[in-house]
Design a protein around this ligand. Sequence first.
Ligand code: CTP
Ligand code: CA
Length: 231
Amino acid sequence: VLTHGGRADLVGRHVVVSAGGTREYLDPVRFLGNRSSGLQGYAIARAAAARGAEVTLVAANVTLPDPAGLKVVRVGTTAELRDAVVSAAAGADAVVMAAAPADFRPTGVSEAKIKKAADGSAPTIELIQNPDILAEISHHRTKPGQVVVGFAAETGDETGSVLDLAAAKLKRKGCDLLVVNDVSGGAVFGSGVNKAVILGADGGHVDVQEGAKSALAEVIWDQIVTRLGER
Ligand code: CTP
Ligand code: CA
């Protein structure tokens, strides 16, 4: 099973990876969701298993089949994702939050399908913020030396460049590593390739050239393994 240059550097480690995008239902048939396919998270989970880790993959609305040899937990909403990740993270050596949780959910779910009004008016949907899973995991580590990794899909705007925004997010979340994608244009969604910068809370900065999501997955584990080794 050890394919990464024959390296077995995650043997004896338990890791948790989240993947996909959560959905928040408005009524029995409609939801607020996002464009995450789960491909990058699945590549990260598979890479860890190949390097010898015991892997729990928490998959939110992913249409890909369960990869062999790892534990897959299927979830739908951000609240379900939170519960599954927090529970799997207890005692884990590393947690990688590659999933895209919906940031908001409706204050209530209508039990019946929402109907159109005859007068042409539209309903107003009231939203509340979902819990921040990455910040919670980062600030309540359940194992000394646990390495926590976040993702950030950013577009630069008038408040800052992609890297400025990412550096602020890394700090705010309290994680050890932040994998930053520039998503201006929307190219990464559902695609097999990705390009990223991996920022470290220790000031680290690794540029990963455009390549397969499986190649980025290996670089992410290289960065995690270095930090596991230091602890
Ligand atoms: N994340 C999380 N819980 C949330 C939202 C995001 O754990 N409720 C995680 C994502 O899995 C990702 C990281 O936080 O690893 C950054 O996600 P992002 O959407 O970029 O961050 P937000 O804090 O939601 O900020 P933004 O307003 O830019 O969406
Ligand atoms: Ca968000």
